[in-house]
Design a protein around this ligand. Sequence first.
Ligand code: SF4
Length: 668
Amino acid sequence: MRYAETGFNLEIDLSRGSIERVATDPGLTELHLGGLGTNAKILWDRVPPEIEPFSPDNILIFSTGLLCGTPAIGANRTIVSTISPQTLFMAYSMMGGFWAPELKYAGYDKVIFRGKSPNLVYLWINNDNVEIRDASHLQGKGAVETEDLIRQELKEPKAQVAAIGLAGENRVYMASIEHGRSSASRLGIGAVMGDKGLKAIAVRGTKDVNIARPAEFMELCNEVLKYIPVRDQNPVPGVMPILAGLGSPKEMAIHDEEWHTENFMWGNSRVRRKGFWNEEIEKKWTESMENVRTRLISCYNCPMKCGAIISVPGVSTYMMKCFSKLTYTMAAFSDLDFGFRIAQRATEYGVDAFSTPQVMAFALELYEAGILTDQDMPGMPSDNEGRFYWLLDRIVRREGIGDVLADGTHWAAQQIGNGAEEYAHNNIKKHEQLPLKLSMLNPIYFLMYCTGEKANITQIEGNFPQAPFATREEREEFVKDWIQVPDEKFKEYVLNWEPRGENSMPYYPTIEATCEIVDWQEMMHYIDDAVGMCAGLSSFPLKPPYHIHNYPAFISSATGIDMDEAELSQIAKRNRTLLRAFNVRRGLRRADERPPEDHWKKRFPELEAQLLDAYYKFKGWNKEGIPTKESLQELDLDYVSEDLIQRGILTDDEATPSKEISAEKERK
Ligand code: SF4
């Protein structure tokens, strides 16, 4: 019997219209757990580097995590993996909600799509009955509207639906996959879904998921349930509100936006508005939010209520989560009312709320600079908010200048030329980042920004404080109940970290400590992404209920696989290294690993080079960031080293790359 997982994947060939139920190899679960780990293995095996994102041979995987569908609180992530049209590397976006547990209950761990359907279709999974259905009547429909229409036509109100909107259908690089209160948004995975002619996947499942040692497992779940309210009632003092408690930034619950509005940048990540937040704005924004926020909502099996139902008069009700509350508002230098209104349309279109507002602000900056002209923007309204709607409508339809902008700021700037590249200033690996510009280089964030495989900082940062506490007393107070640390030395790093002086950034934490901190944070994310845990209860907050000390028991009692901390760390390292190797095979090199030029005002080229050198070494990678033959073999990834050697990326006897391939290759 298989525990925690179902032991079956669905393989769908959209070109042939075939559906197969395929038993999976339990050995792979022991090596990679599931979720992102096994997704990476499947992508490695089936998608050689020659395959382009919009090739029928690119695959699109919707995966549950290993613990999804079990009673583990917050284990509800769907991990969607494919090749990103924007970065040309692996994309792995995740969404919360209810979809992954429902897929488990239907009897499957993953749905793997290949090929392309000649007509728009959707997949209907109803336990053992799986069918590809015509979706031509859903063409052009909004993502949320599609979810409702599918539930109605199936007469199955409990079906969980993930759908794309117009942006995905038109292969817009910022296209998301929407699922009620959540979305898998980053890196253009909605565009790949649209390219495959797949409008939606609806799932209904009523089967059980087996647990190896249920009594032990339930005991652990109850401990998490007991811990959550304790932490909620005792927020960590001295840190910003979204880090003080638990959850996946509980933006929908808070009104105090001083930190975001004064520290994040407005426009196309351009202008910092110090002193913006005052009593009048707070009152107005609180009213705006109270007027539209109908109620707070949670994902499957989680008490945290990070999302909200939003009802703006005159537009359909939708659900919002996280920082999208502010991204449109701040990109347009507008107010919260505007943000809530345009976010409804953007959600129906199905676009990423981090990249899209920046792309629109980028277009307006180019227009103000005379790089784009009235000829490029025929009929664009004169008012600021009208311009944002106008641009959004054109981007998702790929109309006129919208067709260029739909590829994101990096590729659009290359097409526009005439100095436009200077305005695409907030990218890592061609992908728009959080609109954040800071002063002093933070060595921890430098490494995370440079080397994170996801090219998305929010999925890398985590359990270590983002900045030093002001006083020794605060530091001592913080480390007192910091049980999540894998080693006591991390407490020392916090205790000695000062805002100014010898032990301050950029030279403290030391290079060695920085490598260890980044490695720890990364390990936690890779565990979460393999088991399907929400980062808001594990790798993101400072003092979460899940950590390296209790995770092995969770996984072991759920699956029956023997596991201790060292073994779990090794699996996380294996998954992380496999992802790196996959991207290396697609051309990723050290030259690609850099933050936006102006992310920090104060830069230290020598220190930055040392940090990269040290981190690569720490991870078992060579100076180009390529995993060495020895480190691959230690992780049972011999087949990876053989492939890299065969392709001339590694040499047989030593670790240096023998062939340079730049990821800065031009789009064909
Ligand atoms: S912490 Fe928030 S985002 Fe995470 S599962 Fe719970 S409700 Fe969803």
